[in-house]
Design a protein around this ligand. Structure first.
Ligand SMILES: [Zn+2]
Length: 144
């Protein structure tokens, strides 16, 4: 489920988990805003019902919000086991890259989702960052 833009990641996580009566570790969200944490995904399993929640901190620049939604969506896709559907989506978008085989690091895999968000808005060429530049090159080089 996509909870959209929220003012505080930690507060939102606590609110959702209390409403759903589930336990999720929020200790790593204590330092709000620290280390560039601006979005959050968590997966849960409530009596066999598997679900995923994503949300992004409000008040950021638009391209960061877009990137974050795409990035967190990949964490959700991974948690829910929807990798093959995402690969099919990538093919339809014209990319041959298989991020699940190409990258070992979960964050690099998730960056592909962030980059696809920027690509969908035709702004991918305007953004560069040491964290995702190698992923961006692999994605763009894989165009069919
Ligand atoms: Zn991530």
């Amino acid at each position: 489920m996509n909870y959209g833009l929220v003012p505080d990641l930690r507060e939102k996580t606590i609110q959702i988990t209390q409403e759903m009566n589930i336990e999720v570790d929020v200790s790593y969200l204590i330092k709000e805003g620290y280390n560039g944490v601006s979005a959050h995904h968590f997966g849960f399993n409530k009596h066999g019902d598997i679900g995923s929640a994503i949300f992004v901190k409000d008040g950021l620049e638009r391209h960061i919000i877009d990137f974050n939604f795409g990035h967190e969506s990949i964490h959700a896709i991974r948690y829910l086991g929807l990798e093959s559907q995402f690969l099919e989506f990538l093919r339809k978008k014209g990319f041959a890259l298989n991020p699940f085989e190409t990258f070992r690091d979960e964050e690099q895999i998730a960056h592909v989702g962030g980059l696809i968000s920027l690509h969908n808005r035709l702004v991918i060429w305007f953004y560069s960052h040491p964290d995702f530049d190698s992923v961006k090159k692999a994605l763009m080089d894989s165009r069919i």
